[in-house]
Design a protein around this ligand. Structure first.
Ligand code: ZN
Length: 415
């Protein structure tokens, strides 16, 4: 891996504004994603990846042909950055050989990356860190992943002695607004397994996500002027209040962590005549979602009894499923990723994500996709930073992973 070349590309990518925009009809949601995609295609072509192309949705794909007969592996990163903090006019600051201590950001005196609030900083003394100037996010999520993939590709092309099967480089759009997998045709990608370079820090292999459903609860009451409301008005707001109050408090996100699931009422709208309440259902244990749904329907019937004349209707919509459910069908996906770290003398940490990833959607579509560390820290914030050494380390993991897939060992832990 060429450290300087990786850094140069990273700095180039973060200066193109690819902030995803919510609530728009267009795909991708911002023109910068197309611009960055065009740049990546140019760079892939000049590297010698002759089939590199940007499709009508802005998705970029290119293939490094295999030099041995082995399964096709996909590496994936996303072009867009989070809409939570602006990614326009990013001025990256490179700190070589970080000396320790807090990091004040030059563009905004209020913004300081502190050791108190960022435990991993103390492990990064001596490393090269990249921050924004504190007025924008950095965009390491996921331009770190992109830069890792590009350097990984360069390294493979320059070292034909590294044995690997076909390697598909896949860059997607609008991951941050849940649409990263929307236009990805898994049949066209035609691979055995994919890895997203979109995780935090180093040496993590995310192999589980939540399973997720959405409940839309509709309360229908009867409105009438309050002056003449006696025995006539049925207030949907009271029914909704009672419903939320009857939800199990111990199952709220503010009271749960680690492997615990939750029921989270997150938005409510309406008036006396009707109220719509939305609740997200989350669990690592997929069948538990049906139990949560039953609980909500039971509460609905109790509320209907308590507020006579009010109807409460619970509708469940499927969202996404635990990555781990799909990974069990291809145990090599996670086992080889963990083994790659061990072969490099590192200690891999299998991770779980209290949310979803593009990988959960790829996996559901039939392409098993664990997530790998890529040196990201404090994502979606002006206090975001990335670690170059961890990016290099992630690229090394990718190369080791390809070697293992080319070998196809069956004596790896987890198989
Ligand atoms: Zn990301």
């Amino acid at each position: 891996m060429n450290r300087q070349r990786l850094l140069d590309r990273f700095l180039q990518y973060v200066q193109i504004d690819t902030t995803a925009r919510e609530g728009l009809d267009q795909y991708p949601s911002s023109p910068g994603q197309l611009e960055l995609g065009r740049l990546v295609v140019e760079q892939l072509l000049s590297m010698g990846i002759s089939d590199a192309v940007q499709d009508e949705h802005g998705i970029v794909m290119g293939t490094i042909p295999g030099n041995v007969d082995a399964p096709t592996i996909v590496f994936n990163a996303h072009f867009d950055t989070s809409p939570e903090t602006s990614g326009a006019g990013v001025k990256p600051q490179v700190i070589e050989s970080y000396a320790g201590g807090d990091i004040p950001l030059s563009g905004n005196p209020e913004m300081v990356i502190t050791q108190a609030k960022c435990a991993e900083l103390s492990e990064l003394v001596g490393k090269t860190l990249i921050t924004s100037d504190g007025t924008t996010l950095l965009g390491g999520d996921d331009k770190a992943g992109m830069a890792i993939m590009m350097e990984l590709a360069n390294t493979l092309l320059e070292n034909p002695d590294i044995k690997h099967g076909p390697v598909r480089l896949l860059f997607t759009c609008d991951e941050e607004i849940g649409k990263g997998a929307l236009h990805v045709d898994v049949d066209k990608v035609d691979a055995t397994v994919a890895y997203t370079f979109d995780g935090g820090g180093h040496d993590m292999v995310d192999i589980e996500t939540f399973s997720a459903d959405l409940a839309t609860v509709k309360f229908t009451g009867v409105n009438i002027h309050p002056a003449i409301a006696k025995d006539k008005m049925v207030n949907a707001i009271r029914a909704a209040g009672e419903f939320v109050d009857r939800m199990p408090h111990e199952l709220a996100p503010e009271h749960t962590e680690k492997r615990e699931g939750f029921l989270h009422p997150y938005t409510i709208a309406g008036g006396v005549a009707s109220v719509t309440l939305k609740i997200i259902l989350r669990s690592f244990d997929t069948p538990r979602l049906a139990e949560y749904a039953r609980q909500l329907k039971h509460i609905a019937s109790v509320v209907e009894e308590d507020v006579p004349g009010c109807t409460v209707n619970v509708e469940i919509t499927r969202q996404y499923r635990n990555l781990g459910d799909g990974l069990r069908k291809e145990p090599r996906a996670a086992a080889y990723a963990l083994e790659a770290h061990r072969r490099l003398g590192r200690t891999p940490v299998p991770g779980i994500i209290r949310g979803g990833t593009d990988g959960s959607q790829f996996t559901e579509k039939g392409l098993p996709t664990p997530n790998l560390s890529s040196g990201q820290h404090n994502i979606h914030s002006p206090l975001e930073f990335a670690c170059l050494d961890e990016m290099v380390a992630a690229g090394e993991v990718g190369i080791e992973l390809l070697k293992i897939w080319a070998e196809g060992p069956d004596d790896v832990p987890g198989l």
